[in-house]
Design a protein around this ligand. Structure first.
Ligand code: IPD
Ligand code: CA
Ligand code: CA
Ligand code: CA
Length: 271
C-alpha cells in the first residue's frame, strides 16, 4: 500500500503538466496539422500532436511521480500498474481532435488523478482560449479562480443540452435517433465536439446539461469531477453509475426528466 498525496497537491501537479501540454498543442497547431492515422474508423483520426502531447505528459509525470500508474488515450496503460493507495493519472492529450484538425477553438488537454479508482483531482484546459477548469473531490469546481455552480434551470423544455457522438457509424445512427427524440422537448441541442469541455461548460451553466454514450475514461475523468463539484448529478441510467454506456450530467432538478427521455429511446443501449 501507498499513501497518495492530498488532492490539492495532485491538482497542482496536474495543472503544471496540463499547461505545458496545452502550450505544445497550441504551438503545433500554429505550425500546421494533418491526419497522422485513423483508429477505430475512418472518422476516428489522430494527429502528430495527439501523440506528442501525450508523450510529453507521460514524460513529465514520470519525472515528477515515477511510481504512479498512467492511462492515456494514445499510449494506453504503460507498464506501471496501479497499486492500492497509489495514484493513477488519466490523460486525454487533446480532447476534440476533430476541432483541433479544423482549427475550431474548442479542444482541450484533460488530466485527472485517481486514487483507488476514484477521481480526486482534475484539470481541463482549452488549448485555443487558455480557459482552465479545475476541481478536487470535496473542494469545489473552479474556472480561472472563480467558483462554479451549475445551472438552476428546472424545466427541461428550457434546457440547452449538449451531447456528442462516437466514431462508430452504427452507434452514431442510434445516437441520432436519441437526439431526434429529445430535441422537441428541450430548448436546443449542442454538439460542440469535446466531451471534457462539454462537462466543464455544464459546470458553469453555459449549457444546462450534457449526456453521451460511449465515453472512455480519459474523455470524462476530469470533466465529470468538475461537473459534480459544481452541483450537477453525474450518473448513468436506471441507477447505474456514469460509465461507457452513458454519462448524464444534469442539475438535480433536470436529471429525472432528462433521464426519462433518454430511457425511452434506450440511449445507453444499441451499438
Ligand atoms: C471525442 C470528443 C467528442 C466525443 C467523442 C470523443 P477525442 O474525443 O470528446 O466530443 O463526442 O465521444 O471520443 O477523440 O477528440 O479525444
Ligand atoms: Ca476525448
Ligand atoms: Ca483525444
Ligand atoms: Ca481520439
Amino acid at each position: 500500500d501507498r499513501t497518495a498525496p492530498a488532492p490539492r497537491d495532485l491538482l497542482e501537479i496536474a495543472v503544471t503538466v496540463a499547461r505545458d501540454a496545452a502550450a505544445t498543442a497550441y504551438r503545433m497547431r500554429a505550425e500546421g496539422v494533418s491526419v497522422a492515422a485513423t483508429k477505430s474508423t475512418v472518422t476516428d483520426v489522430v494527429t502528430a500532436a495527439d501523440r506528442a502531447v501525450e508523450r510529453q505528459v507521460l514524460d513529465a509525470l514520470r519525472q515528477l511521480r515515477p511510481d504512479d500508474a498512467v492511462l492515456g488515450e494514445e499510449y494506453g496503460a504503460g507498464d506501471t500498474p496501479a497499486v492500492a493507495g497509489g495514484v493513477r493519472w488519466i490523460v486525454d492529450p487533446i480532447d476534440g481532435t476533430v476541432n483541433y484538425l479544423y482549427g475550431l477553438p474548442y479542444c482541450a488537454v484533460s488530466l485527472a488523478a485517481e486514487v483507488d479508482g476514484e477521481v480526486v483531482a482534475g484539470v481541463v484546459r482549452n488549448v485555443a482560449t487558455g480557459e482552465e477548469w479545475t476541481a478536487t473531490a470535496g473542494g469545489g469546481a473552479w474556472r480561472d479562480g472563480a467558483r462554479l455552480r451549475c445551472s438552476t434551470e428546472t424545466d427541461l423544455g428550457q434546457a440547452l443540452v449538449a451531447t456528442g457522438f462516437g466514431y462508430d457509424p452504427g452507434r452514431r445512427a442510434h445516437q441520432a435517433r436519441v437526439v431526434a427524440h429529445l430535441i422537441p422537448h428541450v430548448r436546443d441541442i449542442r454538439r460542440l465536439g469535446a466531451a471534457a469541455l462539454d462537462l466543464c461548460l455544464a459546470a458553469e451553466g453555459r449549457v444546462d446539461a450534457y449526456y453521451e454514450k460511449g465515453l472512455a475514461a480519459w474523455d470524462q475523468a476530469a470533466g465529470a469531477l468538475v461537473a459534480a463539484e459544481a452541483g450537477l448529478r453525474v450518473a448513468g441510467l436506471r441507477g447505474l453509475p456514469a460509465g461507457p454506456d452513458l454519462v448524464v450530467a444534469a442539475p438535480p432538478a433536470l436529471f429525472g426528466p432528462l433521464h426519462d427521455r433518454l430511457v425511452d429511446l434506450d440511449a445507453s443501449g444499441g451499438p
